[in-house]
Ligand binder design. Sequence first.
Ligand code: AMP
Length: 312
Amino acid sequence: MALTVVGSIAFDSIATPFGNRQRLLGGSAVHFSLAASFFTQVRLVGVVGGDFGAAERAVLERRGVDFSDLEVVPGGKTFFWRGHYDFDLNTANTIETQLNVFADFEPKLSEASRSSEALFLANIQPELQRRVREQCSSAVFSALDSMNYWIENERDALIEALGLVDAVLLNDAEVRQLTGQPNLIRAARRIREWGPSLVLVKQGEYGAALYSKEGFFSLPAYPLEDVVDPTGAGDSFAGGFAGFLAAHATSEPSEELLRAAVAYGSTLASFNVEEFGTERVARLTFPEIERRFGEFQRMTQFEHLELPQPGS
Ligand code: AMP
């Protein structure tokens, strides 16, 4: 299945305890597209200004991402985000957000983008997510991401949008904030009652959990000694997850397929955080993904040994 993604395209200036970089290619839809491109044809829908150049396009081109629906506002400036992380790399601190051309973003989907069978609504205004979902009537699998800002300011519209998708991906704090429920199991159940059959809760360096009809599945993050920049980890997770499902699933993916998708999502996220911005994923290869996926599988498997019980 081809996969359409709608979301932010950005220049990011990032400082972490391990260095800093200015005006890197970023944005939720970019991180998502690069990760998903290892599995399926990705169609990227977004808006940029005249400052979005050949170097940025080349990163997408090299991964075969179709960006023919990229809207360019010639005199405008691309969305800009500046953030920093302290030693707790799970928390991004926003220093500056310049919406620029993103402020008036009205996604325009070509016939090809509308006809994709899989759809990812990255972090944009919930009302836009709903309108895009309604345009993509051939999507048999759709998923949505959001953030604290929309939960705070447009909660009802967000609940309406998530009622239209199969999967919702949020981090643990967002899940608690959205539902007002501190317990993640109860909170995920509440979200499932609003419509989506799958709820994925991202927990940064602690991994990710899947709540589905079958119950619960959880994976730790792939253990890395050198985490340099966590920006885009959530979107790379989403790209690996949704890209793999789009490549292999039917409208009702099996539990096995869903679990493998969580593992691919975690694998892509682990590569993303090894370097700044999109640097690592931009030069990643599929054999590297497969090797790490295999190590991950061995690391998270265990047996129930038939041993005498103490005292028996
Ligand atoms: P994450 O995967 O959650 O780390 O997302 C990181 C990306 O989100 C960065 O590349 C930013 O450009 C982008 N971003 C930051 N703030 C916003 C926002 N308000 N709306 C859309 N995208 C954003």
